[in-house]
Write a protein that binds this ligand. Sequence first.
Ligand code: PEP
Ligand code: MG
Length: 872
Amino acid sequence: VATGRRWVFLFREGNAQLRDLLGGKGANLAEMTRIGLPVPPGFTVSTRACVAYLQGGRRMPEGLWEEVLEGLRDIEQQIGRRFGDPVQPLLVSVRSGAKFSMPGMMDTILNVGLTDETVLGLAAMTANERFAYDCYRRLIQMFGKVVLDIPSERFEDALDELKRELGVIHDYEIPAEHLQRLVQAYKEIVQQATGTPFPQDPFEQLRRAILAVFESWNNRRAIDYRNAHGIPHDLGTAANVQAMVFGNLGPDSATGVAFTRNPSTGEKGIFGEYLTNAQGEDVVAGIRTPQPIQEMAKDPLLRGAYEQLLDVADRLERHYRDMQDLEFTVERGKLWMLQTRTGKRTGRAAVKIAVDMVHEGLIDPREAVLRVSPDHLDQLLHPMLDPSWKGEPLAKGLPASPGAASGKVVFDADEAKVLGDRGEAVILVRLETSPDDFHGMLAARGILTARGGMTSHAAVVARGIGKPAVVGCSALVVDYERQEFRVGDVVVRRGDVITIDGSTGAVLLGEVPTIPPSVGGDLAELLDWADQFRRLRVRANADTPEDAAKARELGAEGIGLCRTEHMFFQGDRIWAMREMIMATTPEERRAALAKLEPMQREDFVGIFKAMAGFPVTIRTLDPPLHEFLPKHEEEIQAMAERLGVSPEAIRAKVQALTEANPMLGHRGCRLGITAPEITEMQARAIFTAALQCAAEGIEVHPEIMVPLVSDVRELMVQREIIDRVARQLFAEAGREIPYSIGTMIEVPRAALTASEIAREAEFFSFGTNDLTQMTYGISRDDAGRFLPYYLEHGIYPADPFQTLDRAGVGRLIEIARDGGRATRPAIKLGICGEHGGDPASIRFCHEVGLDYVSASPYRVPIARLAAAQAAL
Ligand code: PEP
Ligand code: MG
């Protein structure tokens, strides 16, 4: 259609493509009309009119009213009744409908056109006085609230008082004469609140209702909703004016909502509810319990409409080629469609519907891949709170690692381990976690911390091991001494059961039911399709043979980051590590390292085997050494006994290793440079493991990665050690293994001098956790103190530790890419920070031409999907 400079469009003139102009609801009403479905006639006052009104000093734009009247005449002709007619009155609804659905954010007014005069006509025409006055009182209440700004409670109080007086519970039990009295009372409320009577001119009602819908675009709720969902503020809403049809005319009338497939399981077949003898809002208001839609088939008065509904649902699904969410009314046995839109669905349903629709020939695999959102997959890969559970959370923190978990509260990692090993469900609650807590985190069902951000230790580790976690829950006052935490007046003690929801950040008291993850054949099929479309390779961050095997199972094509230090925290290894740290001479250090080497070699063998044929990037030691030492006096005593050193020596060492800014301190390659024995040992463990695997016929591709490089000379020094160890071992074994050496880019200076660094590096892996920390100058472990405030107040659009900051960090990545390629055109580029598992960041990685992303094993399927979507 030529949309010209018109303000108003009849339903039969529009179509689904005109969402910008007609809003989602208007465009779909037009589309349903166009394909011949039973839609009550009507027209859409366009978003263009709304914008003109809001920007034009809140005056109705020239010519709009005339077009509205024309539209109204068209409805009158089709229905055969006239608006304002005292004998056969036409009534209309006025509903908002923006381009993007904003459920419940804006306003609707039903039964427009009823007055003291027309209500008599409606009563006579329907032979139902009760019905007519019920419609009238609903109009006054909705008009009062939406147009006149009178609080709903004033009307509701009057209604409740009447019901009390009559001794009835339900609205529909109020007899006609009392509804008439209620209308009187409502009109008095309007008079009192506004100083003017309820308008008795139907045209004035209509005009003011349309303008009120326009105004509702700028109500507080709507603005907040748009802010939260990134919807622009200048789009405006349309107003749909439509002939009323009535589901409250008797037992042969009904109103309902339906999905064309089950929105929680994706099962094919209509799914929904209806109420007989009711008007629209009654279904949602919960006054009466609606019946399952299939029951309609058993009701002789509604069976015909039901069969027609099945047919309409089928046609709409084939027409839109997606699951639809429908609203309908049955008026005296006749079906009327009031709305259709794409139905919201769970992750499980999204995957099933997309795959089923490919099999049904409705969509192609490309479309199926685009239909499922990464958040949908996220839901699927973790247990989640039973959506039917209704209750209030005790507190909210950051949703650090998705999934829900319940268990007894424990405050200590060792206790979590003891209980967890016994098969008890525990939630480890800490102020924050450190590598010392790892075993407890592994044994716990979930992790809750009071401090820390989305890349704090607790968050990173939890995502890595696929455990639900809520972090930075600042309302939590953790008291280790008393073994309890408090939120306001609520005290939760050790052993009390709580539930955390790592998908939303909610902390709940007691055990809340969860539903388990389902990774079925549908998901595998969908991901196979995704793999055909993506260009980015997807690797996993994995530190153990078990994680590596899991990652392979989930589709990882190699390891992008093996944090070797994580191996040192397991079991008895920490003692060898501590011995190494306490060493006072290189000889002592070598002796301690010699104990670590076989353990490390064994792990590498396991990882290489799990990743046979795929590249494995192993990073040399990274964290500051103090992380391996005890913090509390009892632990110091225990360590002194075990290692046969004095507690003073340990305290002195702890003292010596204490730094003001450990994240900027003696860590990363600075460790391997000042203590070359460490790098030497690690290189030996890697190459002996690789040689052993190769001897067994396993294809290995080790990539050795040096962390925290800021100057090419650092890499030169480390490279020299690694190459020397390789030459020696290869010579001894009489076999060469192809390997490469590269570096992480996690310091801005490394990005800026990438062309120099690339002389020594065969690959760059962007460590965007540190790169973000150092680019912003924000400690990743302390950001929880103010970052939530920044996000809430819109100072940052997103948490930069979660979604890669394109303008700053992203710019550095581009500079490093260009510098790296200038020196070494074939340099391999990847990312292994937490952003490697974040869909928006993966899109960026695709756009700037990285070779791969690396994510926690449980995010690998999400990364596969996101990488495909970025390429489509
Ligand atoms: C990084 O800094 O992005 C990274 C992957 O290393 P880590 O998180 O271990 O510091
Ligand atoms: Mg790092």
